[in-house]
Design a protein around this ligand. Structure first.
Ligand code: NDP
Length: 333
């Protein structure tokens, strides 16, 4: 029984998502408490220590984070660094004997994903991927519909996520070595939605990539379109871009339709179905919900909702999408 017990969470990488979203969310979680930080930027430390009352002995660098093994105040190490570094630090976290939460996209390659899964198995710690949508309540309704099929079988779906980013900052998101790329960063939401909406695994993929700004997107994709075919015959059309704003999941079934728009933003996920059913359950804070769900699976020793295998399935398909676009061929999965 979880009671009121809280697990101690250590954030690794104090960038935008950690500082503006996860740390504030950890102030309202019921079952988690922010107890530690790992950073490579010493100037960030005093502000974090003061704001979140983090004692000196719970502050680490990437080089000392293995010492978390000896810290009873930390139960979970949450990896929030650039995607290309997830595997390196997630494995380090697992080897410290702590449970691992790893941000999406899980890693750059299927091989890296597997190495994270194996490190967690070896160290007998839980691993979960930060797919917050799978914890969001309206999304959970349509995940349930994949089984109950209230509008009949799915014929096609569109999953589109994009932001019109005027002048993208020269950060790791434009650096393919560090795991940049719009398909990795945003496209996984459309891909994951295609899989959770159908409840199926795709059998083939084709894709196209393009850019309006070849001077900026020299090594990563600005826009990716992909088409997935599923065993049932359902087809998913995915789009992702940092040149165009779009935020819709639209599902066309034999006997009706349903939609979530937006389907992947931090707040305001909502939608409706062709018979007037509204998908409008309010969610106060997605990340708090996600972290509390994941904390309860630790406290109660129950399976996590989004295991590493789920993140790895997407990355295998992401790799196929890049390959399909490059070779202009349909790839069997
Ligand atoms: P930022 O660039 O804002 O922050 C990344 C942080 O990682 C840096 O501030 C730094 O922290 C640390 N870092 C360690 N090594 C490097 C390096 N070589 N180059 C750059 N940074 C480094 O990224 P975000 O916070 O936006 O994203 C981090 C992760 O979170 C990504 O995997 C991203 O996909 C995921 N994310 C998930 C979201 C979601 O909704 N689930 C939303 C946004 C991001 P320090 O200085 O403390 O060492």
């Amino acid at each position: 029984n979880s009671g009121q017990k809280q697990i101690g969470v250590c954030l690794v990488g104090l960038g935008n998502y950690s500082s503006t979203v996860l740390a504030p969310a950890l102030q309202i979680t019921k079952h988690c408490k922010l107890t530690g930080i790992v950073t490579g930027s010493p100037w960030k430390i005093p502000k974090w220590q003061k704001r979140y009352s983090i004692p000196d002995q719970n502050v680490y660098s990437y080089d000392t984070m293995h010492e978390i093994a000896n810290n009873p105040e930390i139960d979970v190490i949450y990896i929030v660094v650039p995607t290309g570094l997830h595997a390196k630090y997630a494995i380090r976290a697992a080897n410290a004997g702590k449970h691992v939460w790893c941000e999406k996209p899980m890693a750059k390659t299927e091989v890296e994903c597997l190495s994270i899964i194996e490190a967690c198995k070896k160290n007998k710690v839980k691993l979960t991927i930060g797919y917050r949508m799978q914890h969001e309540l309206n999304t959970k309704t349509i995940i349930g519909w994949a089984k109950t099929k209230p509008y009949g079988n799915i014929k096609t779906l569109r999953a589109e996520i994009g932001y019109n980013v005027g002048n993208p900052a020269r950060t790791w998101r434009l650096d393919s070595e560090l795991g940049g790329g719009t398909m990795y960063d945003l496209g996984v939401y459309a891909l994951n939605a295609s899989r959770y909406t159908t409840g199926e695994e795709p059998i083939s993929v084709s894709a196209k990539q393009m850019t309006t700004r070849p001077d900026i997107f020299t090594e990563t994709d600005e826009t990716t379109h992909f088409t997935l075919t599923f065993p049932s015959g359902a087809i998913a059309f995915g789009k992702t871009s940092v040149g165009k704003s779009m935020h819709e999941l639209y599902v066309d079934c034999e006997n009706g339709w349903y939609t979530l728009a937006p389907f992947s933003m931090y707040a305001g996920v909502q939608g409706k179905a062709s018979d007037g059913t509204l998908l409008n359950i309010p969610v106060r804070n997605q990340q708090a919900l996600q972290m509390d769900d994941d904390a309860l699976s630790i406290l109660n020793n129950t399976p996590v909702m989004v295991p590493g295998e789920e993140g790895m399935k997407d990355i295998r398909i992401v790799e196929a999408i890049y390959k399909a676009a490059k070779t202009d061929t349909e790839i069997k999965l």
